[in-house]
Design a protein. Structure first.
Length: 297
């Protein structure tokens, strides 16, 4: 099987558009930017949009010369890569855009970086005294019996030890007493940081990552496999052959999706909202593919 003809410009812009889009998604998945502004991702998305505009312009120029509807002067083998890019690119980019909703704010990201630089982690500290009466929690269906106690602990910060109250520390089978060593999270180099029984830095990101691994990404892989089973070489060949009624609306949907993701990626609200536009924009790849399929038959 062979694809229809084109020019070096259409092929260059087409592959540039695909390559920049794949790179943008890859940077987002690799968390090149841990928090906004997501500069590399936005730049690569912009490059992909410019290449898309260049592909449209080059395709129109080719149509004006009458070559687009003529038999190809030089046949080229069908691409073996594009079917997989179409099949898995749509669900992967959709999931990636959706996960962007859970990107921490710039202020939160900077704070977490400061805590990590100050040595945030789990440390053992001694109990100085109890700050309240221990509360007994009986055994339930999902837990063994334990005590909740407000305790004052001595925290060895780098600039000197300080007494800090930790509320609701859970211990079993007995409540803590002065001198007991407890494991708490804090940053030795940041006395203004939290001191707690649970990890307060990066916990939300870790939760989202595990939920995505077990409950989101498997569906994306399944969707990609299903799409691949339906995509034929002739479908890809038709998709590469420029037709305004097919490609211009599809590109418009994708560009709209990118624009809707910008409030989160660059952290600026629109009418008081940032996450809501990004949620809508996450569905752009699936909508664009749906349009292409319905209009290419």
């Amino acid at each position: 099987m062979y694809t229809s003809g084109g020019t070096a410009a259409t092929r260059g812009f087409g592959w540039g558009m695909v390559g920049a889009a794949v790179a943008a998604v890859g940077c987002a998945l690799a968390k090149v930017s841990a928090y906004p502004p997501l500069v590399p991702e936005v730049v690569l998305a912009g490059v992909s949009a410019l290449c898309a505009a260049g592909w449209v312009a080059a395709s129109y120029r080719l149509r004006g010369k009458g070559h687009l509807d003529a038999p190809p002067r030089k046949s080229r083998p069908d691409s073996k890569v594009l079917p997989y890019l179409f099949a898995f690119g749509v669900p992967v980019s959709t999931v990636t855009a959706f996960l962007l909703l859970f990107t921490p704010s710039g202020a939160r990201g900077q704070w977490e970086e400061r805590m990590e630089a100050a040595g945030y982690g789990e440390h053992r500290v001694p109990v100085v005294r109890l700050a309240g009466k221990p509360e007994y929690v009986p055994k339930g269906e999902d837990n063994d019996p334990y005590y909740l106690t407000d305790v004052v602990v001595r925290v060895p910060f780098r600039d000197g030890a300080r007494e800090v109250t930790v509320e609701g520390y859970s211990t079993a089978p007995e409540p803590p007493v002065p001198g007991t060593e407890l494991e708490v999270y804090f940053a030795p180099g940041a006395p203004d940081g939290p001191v707690s029984e649970d990890d307060r830095v990066g916990q939300d990101g870790a939760t989202v990552t595990w939920l995505a691994v077990f409950f989101v990404w498997p569906w994306a892989i399944i969707a990609g496999c299903m799409l691949k089973s339906y995509i034929e070489a002739s479908d890809v060949r038709r998709a590469r052959r420029f037709r305004p009624v097919v490609h211009l609306p599809a590109l418009g949907i994708l560009l709209a999706g990118v624009v809707l993701l910008l409030p989160v990626a660059l952290e600026f609200p629109v009418a008081g909202f940032a996450r809501l536009p990004a949620f809508v924009g996450a569905f752009a790849p699936a909508l664009a593919l749906t349009w292409v399929v319905r209009t290419s038959g």
